[in-house]
Design a protein around this ligand. Structure first.
Ligand code: F6R
Length: 605
């Protein structure tokens, strides 16, 4: 969480910093700020409003200088108030922006107080600023190096010093930081997307690295203090720019981009896309017996959906683990395991730590499914597959989810084929289903007006129950997550068969129950579950495939999806769930792309 952008530009850096912050706002938006070195002074503006307001303030204050640092905050230590907004200063000399958590900040704060430092914020970042100040003897690089040795926890920082006007130092330990270079200068940011307007070449810092940007010179230094060369990569052009176009919100835009995102992902999987997948050699998959999927939130639900595919098509056992749970418990290792972290950002702290935990336990076959090339998880894994969702700006994940499902489905087929669990012909038949998926998705998205009518009926609800069975149970979970995170309505997903084991007690006339009802082998069981709800006055909202013959009736509304799409049906039903959450949130007037208390990339534990 939190976004950093900084650098030394050939001209005034403020427009590049503000544009970078606008692109990083998804990482947190409790406050934002920018500071530059201007005529021998460190000057800053900070606001609790959004980046567009910061831009106004920067203009009003005539902020202008080639060297600067900027930040968008997701609060960890200290409330979202101006004093806690970054950049944080130590005196008038040192300015710092920080992403991460300093675990020993209390001890350091006390030691600094004993030396006469006073604190004007509640942040752990101010500890870093004062520590650097304390070590400063005319060389800001040396001061950051010495201070960094005392920090415990995770951080990415960018630092500038009033007395060294064309210099910015960056350091990373556990939080992402990338260098971007181009004709406009040298920059630092939390991700490449932030710099896509001003840099063409990128270098990811590794754990413990520092970078010294001085004028046009960029030098990376490793944790031993030695100058080091890190691999430079050319910018992977963003598949979609962060412009809204005709849409009201990025979430809406991203929902409607899904047919294209899925088509691109399928093309890559079939070797027809622009990217090469770093997938395992077929022989590496032949002796897989078990798949361990690691993820959080929506990515965990993608993993949960895919478990059924791995068991059915590959004949292997599969377990989807919540990364934050997995990383903290003992577990029994099994031979022939493929570890599959699933993540949109590739930076989620818990998933990254779970991957490392598995590796430390001896798992060496790791394959990350991720939407961001070059992200920490991709670099940490032996193999990777980059989904082609393009930049996802809305905090609520949509197109990342469906493209993850496509990749996981293809992986299940591939493993099944290599293990001889399914024939080549069967594998080819299943893969062909992916080709027609984008059109089927367009058909579902065309149901938006019907979904809007449901949203109108649900807008005043306080609680909503979501039900599904089989591979649609995770879709019920995902539907509930989407609704709660952007509309703030309490929602819960349940496997429909569990209803009478407890949640049925909640069902009254005031309880809307949303059911994902594909025309699969479990439909008649699901129909019984729906009757249990109707008999208690519950209001049913059913997503049914046209061929189910489920019709609207008293206490039951139905949206018909075009037809049953077989094993890939979860990818269609979830589109309705996404649109429903979106339209309910629109009617309730929430901040859809930036829901309260959340941030897109959860880089703290
Ligand atoms: C929900 C959502 C989150 C993320 C989760 C994992 O809409 O976006 O639940 O899915 O924070 O993030 P990634 O996929 O980046 O690891």
């Amino acid at each position: 969480m939190c976004g950093i952008v900084a650098g030394v530009a050939r001209q005034n850096i403020v427009p590049a910093l503000l544009e970078g912050l606008r692109r990083l706002e998804y990482r947190g938006y409790d406050s934002c700020g920018v500071a530059v070195l201007q005529r021998g002074e460190a000057r800053r503006v900070r606001t609790l409003a959004r980046v567009c307001a910061l831009a106004e303030d920067a203009r009003a204050e005539a902020l202008d200088g080639p060297t600067g640092i900027a930040h968008t905050r997701w609060a960890t230590h200290g409330m979202p108030v101006i004093d806690n907004a970054h950049p944080i200063f130590s005196g008038e000399q040192i300015a710092v922006v920080h992403n991460g958590i300093i675990e020993n900040h209390e001890q350091l704060r006390q030691a600094l107080r004993n030396k006469g430092y006073t604190f004007s914020s509640q942040t752990d970042t101010e500890v870093i600023a004062h520590l650097i100040h304390e070590h400063y003897r005319g060389d800001i690089l040396a001061a950051v190096q010495n201070a960094a040795r005392l920090l415990q926890g995770a951080y990415a920082i960018a630092v500038m010093c009033r007395d060294e006007p064309e210099r910015v130092i960056g350091a990373r330990q556990g939080s992402p930081l990338v260098i971007g270079m181009g004709a406009q200068g040298a920059f630092l940011a939390s991700d490449t997307f932030a710099l896509s307007g001003c840099a063409e070449r990128f270098v990811y810092l590794e754990e413990g690295d520092l970078v010294d940007i001085e004028g046009r010179r960029v030098q990376v230094i490793d944790r031993e203090g030695q100058p080091v060369e890190r691999r430079e990569i050319a910018m992977q052009r963003a598949a979609w720019d962060a412009e809204l176009g005709a849409y009201r919100h990025f979430m809406q835009k991203e929902i409607f981009e899904q047919p294209v995102a899925v088509a691109r992902t399928v093309a890559t999987l079939l070797g027809r896309g622009e990217q090469q997948a770093a997938m395992p050699e077929p022989a590496e998959l032949a002796d897989i017996e078990h798949v361990l999927l690691l993820g959080c939130g929506t990515s965990h639900y993608a993993a949960l959906t895919a478990c059924g595919w791995f068991e059915h098509f590959a004949g292997v056992t599969a377990r989807a683990e919540i990364a934050s749970e997995y990383r903290y418990r003992d577990h029994v290792r099994r031979g022939g395991t493929l570890v599959v972290p699933v993540s949109q950002s590739g930076e989620t702290a818990d998933t990254l730590a779970a991957l490392r935990y598995a590796q430390a336990a001896g798992e060496d076959r790791t394959l990350t499914i991720c939407n961001v090339a070059g992200s920490a998880m991709v670099r940490q894994s032996r193999w990777s597959f980059i989904t082609e969702a393009g930049v996802e700006v809305g905090v609520a994940s949509t197109k990342a989810f469906t493209t993850q499902l496509v990749a996981l489905f293809a992986l299940a087929i591939q493993i099944g084929r290599q293990r001889g669990h399914i024939s080549d012909a069967e594998a080819a038949t299943q893969m062909r289903k992916l080709d027609a998926l984008p059109d089927a998705m367009r058909d579902v998205l065309a149901r938006e007006p019907e979904v809007m009518a449901w949203a109108e009926a649900l807008r005043k609800s306080e609680h909503v129950l979501y039900l599904g069975r089989g591979t649609h149970y995770p879709i019920a979970l995902e539907g509930a997550l989407k609704l709660k995170e952007i509309s703030y309505i309490h929602a819960e997903g349940y496997p429909a068969g569990e209803l009478k084991h407890g949640p049925l007690a909640l069902v009254t006339r005031a309880m809307p129950v949303i059911v994902t009802a594909p025309n699969d082998a479990l439909l008649h069981k699901l129909k019984s579950n729906m009757e249990e709800v109707r008999a208690r006055g519950g209001q049913l909202y059913v997503l049914a495939d046209l061929d189910t013959e489920l019709m609207g009736a008293q206490g039951m509304r139905v949206i018909h999806l075009p037809r049953w799409y077989g094993v890939l049906s979860p990818l269609l039903h979830v589109l309705v769930m996404q649109m429903l959450a979106y339209h309910v949130a629109c009617l309730r007037g929430t901040d859809i792309d930036k829901p309260r208390n959340l941030a897109k990339s959860v880089t703290v534990e």
